[in-house]
Design a protein around this ligand. Sequence first.
Ligand SMILES: [Zn+2]
Length: 293
Amino acid sequence: MAFVYRGNLPELKQEVAEVTDVVNATYKRILGNQRYAKLELVSQRILTPEAFYDDVDDVERDIGHQVQDSNKMLILSPSELKFRSNGELKNKKIRTSVAFYISEEGFKKTGSAKFTNRPVASYIHEFDHFVSYALQRTPLYIANLILQESLEPEKKSDLTGYINAMMEAGISPSQIKENMVTLQVLKTYTDIHEKANRILDKMVLAEIGITVPLHWRHQEKSYGILPTPTGAMMFPTGGDPFRGSSDQEAFESYLDWENRARFTASMPKIQRVIDSVRNIRISRVPLVELLRE
Ligand SMILES: [Zn+2]
């Protein structure tokens, strides 16, 4: 079975047991036999009981991550990212693992709690993130982390604050432009990441009697214009990046984001970052193994 919960919350255990057959059959239908088999393999190998937390202090003690008290799947990697000055990533391989923080309190703070009182919906949302982590060649989430890390200087505030900080630090206009284009790509990818996941939620939860409202679905994409020192730039603010596609097609294209959500950046450095992200090898190991390093 691919869909499992190995944590300790009695109520969630019970709920998962009740829906597990339907949820697994739904994943199999959506993903097809081959991808389902791969998901099952990754799930059985790395989702050991140690990967499940229901106490934020335990997460901090073991992983050193401060989590907000909202259910979450964490993707972890001890590999420090290193870039050449031309933007190329030096790392050829990154070791990763996942941990779930799932609690009763955490459920109340999730987006899922806005449309259902069944905690299993929130667990399935996090598990859907696990599905793409397991199946995407480079998980888009990790690609986003790499893009974020490639920013020089580091971004510590909102966009406007970041521009001001760069200007105060005397960063050259071309460097500012490079960072802003990187952020544009990042923002687009982040939007795709969360919305594709909600589309998968919708397909899976429909099978267990939960309707996921997606107000943005099939809406035209909207953009905000941000003035920057090197000219105005557009950033996505809403709408549907999968407009015109069925739910199934939308999720398919998300799984294959490296080929479908292709950017050809006009700036060689950013193109090199994106290409390294595409070519990097990701290994997926159990949390205990990762923490032992
Ligand atoms: Zn999410």
